[in-house]
Design a protein around this ligand. Structure first.
Ligand code: NAP
Length: 355
């Protein structure tokens, strides 16, 4: 069913200071929109400063910032007032560095989604919610593909293997998206559109983000993963394509349902080879794949969780996503991944994050 969105009304973007949200806000401001962005702390110059720079570079749009916390009930009401579109991107993207996954990941992801969507239920102007979910809500481990009769993951699939103890970030995204569809089904005013990106790469507009994305590419060039990497595939996509997908999902009259946003599943060695071709041997790029038994021994070499079950279920397994729905329904034209990795790595060099 077609649904018209009034682009002159403000658009709420939660988690405005994030890696992906920065790009969404830039595109919305360039299109002349008014954006209501939420951050946890309006006085944090590190998160707010880059947003002010994005605003200054796109004077055709207007950015208004609000303070809101995922765990504070009613926190998003003021920012949502008068909005037809709500983009909910805020959620912690962490795969390590926390003790209690329930507190660090599950609570903010699930309760946060509930808070934002309950605010949408209270705000009569809201017509559409674009939720930043993830392919982590679609699948858990690469090995799960063996049980998939299609031989690739698409929007019909749901993660069935993650839990609080195993891949808790993925579990948080699965639970949050399920919760969103449940709340959506209980009302009829607003439509839910989900964006399910794979690992996001490409240049950041902020140095504040704690996103795991930024760390992953850095570890390929700073010697942490030298000389060998696990034979491990991840889905990857350019941050600019993920942001475009959100904007299309917000404004296309017929946008609905889930969208896998992913542009290929290179191994870590394939990424390192691309980087080496462009940046030469000045950096300590890995140059071979470690046998799986070595990876199990030296699990700490992995960039994500190094637990034996993670290695068993992900290293050496195939991975494939079908991104055709994103092209057909959102009109996405993906940046070549080579450009994504090169632009991203160049920025890490320019910012002094890789020496
Ligand atoms: P990011 O840079 O770490 O941004 C996450 C944002 O969430 C931060 O700006 C942070 O806001 C906000 N946030 C975290 N906890 C919060 C809380 N308790 N209350 C309010 N805000 C909170 O991460 P990102 O990579 O852009 O990820 C954005 C979204 O995309 C997440 O939902 C993530 O799961 C999803 N995603 C990311 C990737 C990827 O590879 N990057 C892939 C698939 C899906 P403050 O500035 O206020 O702290």
């Amino acid at each position: 069913m077609e649904q018209t969105i009034d682009k002159s009304k403000p658009i709420l973007v939660t988690g405005a200071s994030g890696y992906i949200a920065n790009w969404i806000i830039r595109y919305l401001l360039e299109a002349g929109c008014t954006v209501h962005g939420t951050v946890r702390n309006l006085n944090n110059e590190k998160s707010v400063g880059p947003l002010r720079q994005i605003e200054a570079a796109a004077p055709q749009g207007t950015l208004k910032l609000f303070q809101a916390d995922l765990l504070a009930e009613g926190s998003f009401d003021a920012a949502m007032a008068g909005c037809e579109v709500v983009m909910h991107t805020a959620s912690p993207f962490l795969v390590r560095g926390f003790k209690d996954p329930e507190q660090a990941l599950i609570k903010p992801a699930v309760e946060g989604t509930r808070n934002v969507l309950e605010a949408a239920n209270r705000t009569t102007s809201v017509k559409r919610v674009v939720l930043t979910s993830s392919v982590a809500a679609v699948f858990g481990d690469n090995a799960d593909l063996r049980k998939n009769p299609r031989g690739y993951f698409n929007e019909e699939d749901w993660n069935f293997s993650s839990s609080l103890d195993h891949q808790p970030y993925s579990y948080s995204k699965f639970l949050a998206e399920k919760e969103a569809w449940k709340i959506h089904a209980a009302q009829s005013r607003w439509r839910l559109v989900t964006i399910n990106p794979s690992m996001v790469g490409g240049p950041a507009l902020t140095r504040y983000s704690q996103s795991t994305s930024i760390d992953t590419l850095r570890s390929l060039g700073n010697g942490k993963l030298w000389p060998g990497v696990p034979q491990m595939r991840l889905g990857w996509v350019d941050v600019r394509d993920v942001a475009r997908a959100h904007v299309e999902a917000a404004f296309r009259p017929d946008a609905e349902g889930r969208h896998i946003i992913s542009n290929g599943e290179p191994t870590m060695l394939e990424i390192a080879t691309i980087l080496k071709r462009h940046f030469g041997s000045r950096y300590k790029f890995p140059f071979f794949e470690l046998p799986k038994f070595i990876v199990k021994w030296f699990g700490r070499l992995l960039d994500a969780s190094a637990k034996p079950r993670f290695i068993e279920q992900n290293v050496g397994h195939a991975l494939k996503f079908d991104n055709s729905r994103s092209k057909q329904r959102l009109g996405l034209q993906y940046h070549p991944l080579e450009q994504t990795f090169v632009d991203h790595f160049q920025q890490l060099i320019d910012d002094g994050m890789i020496r």
